[in-house]
Design a protein around this ligand. Sequence first.
Ligand code: NAD
Length: 508
Amino acid sequence: MSTALSKTASIGIIGAGTMGAGIVAVALRAGHAVYLHDTRQQALTQGAESVTASLDRWVKRGHLTARQRDECLARLTLAAELSELSACALVVEAIIENLEIKQQLFSALEAVVGEHTILASNTSSISITAIAATLQRPQRMVGMHFFNPATVLPLVEVVKGEATCATVVAQVSELATQWGKCPVECKSTPGFIVNRVARPFYAEALLGLEDQVAPAAVIDAALRDAGGFRMGPLELMDLIGHDTNFAVTRSIYDAFFQDPRYRPSLTQKALVDAGWLGRKTGRGFYRYDPGSTPDAITYEAACPQPKLVQQFGDFPGAQTVRHVAEEHGCHIERHNGDGYLMVDGVQLRPCLGLTALALATAQELDQVVLFDASTHLEAASLVVLSGADTCRRASLDSVVGFFQALGKQVVIIDDVAGMLVTRTLCMLANEAAQAVSQGIATAQAVDLAMLKGVNYPVGPLAWADAFGNHNVVTVLDNLARACPDGRYRANALLRRKALTNTPWNHAE
Ligand code: NAD
């Protein structure tokens, strides 16, 4: 279709707000002449200030010289009229999130630019296919979804609508790479990759809170300090803003025709209704007003180290547990069995989606304790446990003492199916599998998107391989029995991977 987008190509950006200004700075730094258009003169002025501030930050950090910054700014044109973008090889739109307004803009733009100009939208949630539908040449329309702040976060989802030409996708991906970004290609689908695959990270925490599995601070600590995520899901929602997060969830739920997998949370709706939108309003799950103190977490008090720890058969993460135990001078005897530890006579099992009580009842064995998953047990500072109702306090203490001897803090949560981290990781893997099986993106692209777009400690599919795809399916099937509304149905391709013991071709 069009020639390659070289450094000499002029780039148009429409919308001088948060995202537009960030994208302008990135394109200027890459050497392009940039034309920034906004309908409001004030937005143009503020956008230019924001671009200057980004460039100044790069100078301060030694990424640019003062002279390079000045050269960048000399290549920026503030365009009061859309017609000033006529010579651009690529135009990226970052205006208000409204389909009709975006369609009107692109129609007006098509009348101005050349026939080979690539038209891109930074939309977070609107179908690229739908935006392109009113264009004369819809094959040149593509999604170019940056993450906020665009000057910092490397991921760009390059989104292919039904009509988008493959060459356009390839050219935009190549350009994003030239801009120092990490492009991942995907089909236009609600939430694209990141906003869709990340839904369970929020939803499982909200369900855990509603079911009173643990207080908010413990849920966050579980995902952060045991699970290995940079932030807990509840504190992250407080940072994003509940209005934004709830709107994204609702839009994805509606776009998937009310699939229970994406059902929004009444707890979050209540926060939105109350105006407790998170950090920006001083209150969300937590309080941020001056003088407020962070919610305290009750960690388990020090318990004695157990005398005898035995391993019976294999289980997911067993090797890591043994490795960490050895490093702490704790010997584990090995025996045959169906995959558990015995800690001074207490059965300790990894969570595979059944409650400790269900396992205790099935085995006619009262003393059963479960431990929650971790993406990186060696580095985790916390281990999350739950005990069967039939389990004595002294039995729990033996297990607490075992993990404390391994240098971990311990919290005990309610005995629910899937605990906290296990069900979240399995649902993330299931959603990633669903996106792959529907041809939205490759396994590699999905994992890369979650690593680069939202800083996950590991790609969901790489984690599924490490945990065992058959174990992920077991967890999901157990959750589906506990909550049979379709939310936890396992993806068919994930089942095939489990049955054939084949790994995903994921990003490292
Ligand atoms: P914003 O409100 O900060 O900026 C939007 C700008 O567009 C405003 O300056 C406004 O004056 C201008 N504008 C509105 N209608 C226009 C029109 N018809 N022609 C020209 N200019 C117009 O918005 P934002 O947060 O930068 O979001 C912009 C787009 O990027 C949206 O589609 C959003 O979904 C998407 N996005 C946002 C984020 C984010 O975190 N903010 C992240 C990724 C993608």
